[in-house]
Design a protein around this ligand. Sequence first.
Ligand code: ATP
Ligand code: SF4
Length: 386
Amino acid sequence: MTDPLHVRDEREARDSAATNTVDRPTSSEFVLEVRDFSVDYGVGSSMVRAVSDVSLNLRRSSVLGVAGESGSGKSTLVYAMTRLLRAPGVISAGNVMLNVTDDHGNALAPVDLVRANEKELRAVRWSHVSIVLQSALSALNPVLRIGKEFDEVLKTHRPEMNKTQRRERAETLLTMVGLDATRLDRYPHELSGGQRQRIMIALALALDPELVIMDEPTTALDVVTQREIINQLYELRTRFGFAMIFITHDLSLLVELADEIVVMYAGQIVERASALELYEAPRHPYTLGLLNSFPPLHGARRELTGIPGSPPDLADLPAGCNFASRCPYVMERCHQEEPRLTALEEGGRSVSCWLQVSGASASVPVELARTPRVKRAHPTSEEAVS
Ligand code: ATP
Ligand code: SF4
């Protein structure tokens, strides 16, 4: 595994490099509060529950990582939270409160995204919450020069700006993400994948939102570009103080960027903890399997073992634990009773596994019982995710 101390040193170095930190005046300490949130596809006998009973809080200016294999429900969760979900997807339970502020940091009335109408949603999108999707090529209009994309967003949401001011703002945004302003005169196909993804990040930051959601923004990129973009995101977040939800199947990448991580399996959160704790000492067998599935971005190489088997059919979930058929530590009880996400005594972490309930410690395998060696450099999950 990557040496966590090395990771922490890098992160601290990046923190001190990003000197221009803005303290954004706050209203609620959380920019986003998600409660008992469930999302289904289809209705009646063909219905599947893609997101099941998810609750989480996102502290202002913090980064929440959402990890899980393909099909675990990560994208459905954020599309539904931001009301970008299309039929046959439907929100079946819960609420999502966005605690917004005005340009001066004064609290505005919270917006319940689940119940907001189109007008209310238009008012918060881009200005308060923006999303960077997986494929920048399909997100950018192929027949528009890049500058026009920025101009359209700014013209719609900042009508007080004239053309020269909009161009200047677009140039500033491109510089912020490490691109030359001349890229504004290019078409998307004239740029590399990494450049297009940087454009999407710049667009997402155009109106200085409080929350930016990134859905696998670097997955299609080579490792070097991926690393550059992650570093840049970290600096931008520190400088401008926006909160971020970063979705990826690559848990190793998240430890570079996130304060808190939630791990999803079959639509449920199975573990949540601070990034370094989760990386150093995972408590759920699935988290351990994910960590052993991807090479670290830097540090010592390790053997990649992956997770044998495949996720369960959401239309035919097993009794007991959803991970039982793939779990190397499965016990009789796992086939009978469904574990619930439960707070552990240590540091506010939560896990959904029978191995970790109190009284079962004698049977916990050593790799799931390690004590984190690192001093926690980030808020505990109890503080940032409850
Ligand atoms: P990926 O990393 O591949 O995007 P994910 O973790 O984001 O995966 P989702 O795309 O949210 O997972 O999918 C969650 C579940 O919902 C999967 O089982 C998927 O098959 C199901 N699903 C997604 N879209 C639909 C749809 N339009 N109709 C029916 N089921 C769907
Ligand atoms: Fe494995 Fe049982 Fe824990 Fe599920 S509850 S992850 S099957 S040990």
